[in-house]
Design a protein. Sequence first.
Length: 294
Amino acid sequence: MTLPGMIGDWLFEPFAAFGFMRRALVACLALSLGAGPVGVFLVLRRMSLIGDTMSHAVLPGAAVGFMVAGLSLPAMSLGGLIAGIAVALLSGLATRFTAQKEDASFAAFFMISLALGVMIVSLDGSNVDLMHVLFGTILGVDDASLILVASIATASLATFAVIYRPLVVECFDPGFLRASGGAGASVHFAFLVLVVLNMVAGFQALGTLMAVGLMMLPAIAARFWAREVWSLAGVAVLIAMVSGFTGLILSFHADLPSGPAIILTAGVVYLTSLILGPRNSLAAHLLRRRHLRA
């Protein structure tokens, strides 16, 4: 067999031979479509750590659903959605009616949500249950999970098509949006709902701790390759898809846990972008300094 044929078999044979690998790949691709643009706007709005906060915000609801109905997709998804939206609303109200900053409000509710979720699972479950909720099992994604993830990705893209312009304006000049009569509060809340929805989709496959990695790492890495908002979103989606594909291949051949393999692959892409990317990377900075000295 020729070398290209061997490489092709190494890359594609797992997906051709095993249904669970195909479902995992489709889940990664769908997650990338929805979570990539969400991560870009979190970065642009300087809310990167709030993505991590929201990933933990869904934990108590998902844990309650898990304890009530076991590995029930509807129960865990509904619980996670309710908990995530509740944290977003409470944080927003605390910011709006007190002097507290938004990041501080999210941080406070994040700690409460994380502790409550871990407590719920620990009181009525096992360590295996806790690991499942926190880290997910992407190789165990079923058809119902795929439908949920694909539906959330579709809804996210459709919502971005509607709120794209005011959302971009709010990222760079929220004062202008308010002065021009734009519905800044509505756009902000709609965006937070998208964050929660994509976290709910993510924890089905990657768990609450890993889901934020596929959302944020590609978005941060994209800043070293693109400039415009639309191109940032496109690059982030591409990086997330490549990370999902590569991580699944590595986990299959090297017998590694799939979720961490995917996120670590995205981390390698980020570090490579940080060093070698054409925009504002270490290499670009050194070349610019050398040019100025010359």
